[in-house]
Design a protein around this ligand. Structure first.
Ligand code: KG4
Ligand code: ZN
Length: 334
């Protein structure tokens, strides 16, 4: 089954073609990072316009790269949310238009479910497993039971993990998004140079805002020429230890021997290495599938293909309705 997937939830315009949920035929992405850097974060109106500027050409190019015409596509998958509504609408409206014009099945996908599915790309991973999803907007521990049934068992109570990387990156004077820049800065840093607090919240939940404030207070006290590399390394070590501790505990408590990571922060090499050193069987997406991309939406669309969706009421959404109690069948789509 060939799925054309469209992803416009934030500041990347993605279009991909994925076969049977696993094989990536083409995965194209147009990044807007440079357009947002002067604002130190994503400016919604700029994001919307940038999506509009490229979406038609990107879809055309993706089909061309795959040597396919749209007639050969079996279904169109599109991100419904969570994300920036005005950005999401660009992708959703285009997907609806194409589905109608070419009489294709339209499959709505929850972006967070898409991140989980990034692990099925070019791999033979099968549920059940325990997933750590750490992105710019979410930090969740998820008990993945089947390809479409999952339960969120832990979440961030304040800042998301990627958001903490971005905010601390800004405090260190790094460009947006801070995560990858902070990782580079930390390479030669000493993880024991400073003392930072560990967020203390129960179960599998997370809290990163206290840590971010502690970094701010520390910088205020340090001389201007303090060692930024040491501070970046100490922060990264602290965050990755917390992520590791929580996901390992969740896996143990749920008798799961498989840990899977997803979302932008799963590209972090320190986190990847620490996980590899545990006793668990570890799966992680290829680096290009960690951050936002359309291939993961194409994979999610495949696994959702038989779940009924009401096209009349299908719409984009800003917040994740999975945290609201929903029937499991619709959770992955909504
Ligand atoms: O999944 P993603 O592309 O977008 C959202 O759905 O939010 O995640 C973006 C986040 C940003 O906060 C970015 O700083 C972070 O992922 N990130 C990283 C790394 N690469 C991206 N954080 C730490 N280390 C990285 N290598
Ligand atoms: Zn994402």
């Amino acid at each position: 089954m060939l799925i054309l997937a469209i992803e416009t939830s934030c500041d990347d315009t993605g279009c991909a073609i994925v076969e049977d949920g696993r094989k990536v035929i083409v995965n194209n992405i147009v990044s807007q990072i440079e357009k947002h850097q002067e604002f130190g974060g994503v400016k919604p109106s700029v994001a919307k316009q940038a999506h509009l500027d490229v979406i038609d050409k990107l879809i055309e190019q993706t089909l061309k790269d795959a040597n396919l015409t749209i007639e050969k596509i079996d279904a169109i998958a599109v991100t419904l949310g969570p994300g920036l509504v005005i950005s999401l609408l660009v992708g959703f409206n285009k997907a609806k238009e194409l589905a109608k014009k070419y009489n294709k099945k339209l499959i709505g996908v929850n972006h967070l479910f898409g991140h989980i599915c990034s692990n099925y790309l070019e791999s033979d991973l099968e549920p059940p497993f325990t997933c750590l999803l750490a992105s710019g907007g979410h930090t969740q521990v998820i008990n993945v039971k089947t390809f479409t049934d999952y339960e969120i068992i832990g979440t961030s109570l304040d800042d998301a993990c990627g958001e903490a990387f971005d905010k601390v990156g800004r405090l260190l004077g790094l460009p947006y998004p801070g995560g990858p820049h902070l990782e580079t800065l930390a390479i030669n840093g000493n993880i024991k140079a400073f003392e930072l607090p560990i967020g203390k919240v129960g179960n599998y939940d997370f809290s990163f805002s206290g840590l971010k404030t502690a970094v701010l207070r520390l910088i205020e006290k340090l001389p201007p020429d303090y060692n930024k590399s040491d501070l970046a390394a100490t922060f990264q070590d602290n965050v990755t230890n917390t992520l590791l501790k929580k996901v390992c505990k969740a896996a143990k408590d749920h008798n799961s021997n498989k840990i899977v990571i997803a979302g932008g922060v799963s590209a972090n090499k320190t986190l990847r290495k620490k996980l590899m050193d545990t006793e668990f069987q570890v799966f992680m997406p290829g680096l290009k599938y960690c951050t936002d991309n359309a291939a993961m939406i194409g994979s999610a669309g495949y696994f959702l293909r038989d779940i009924p969706q009401d096209l009349e009421t299908m719409d984009v959404f800003a917040r994740d309705p999975s945290s609201i109690k929903l029937k499991t069948a619709s959770r992955a789509a909504l």
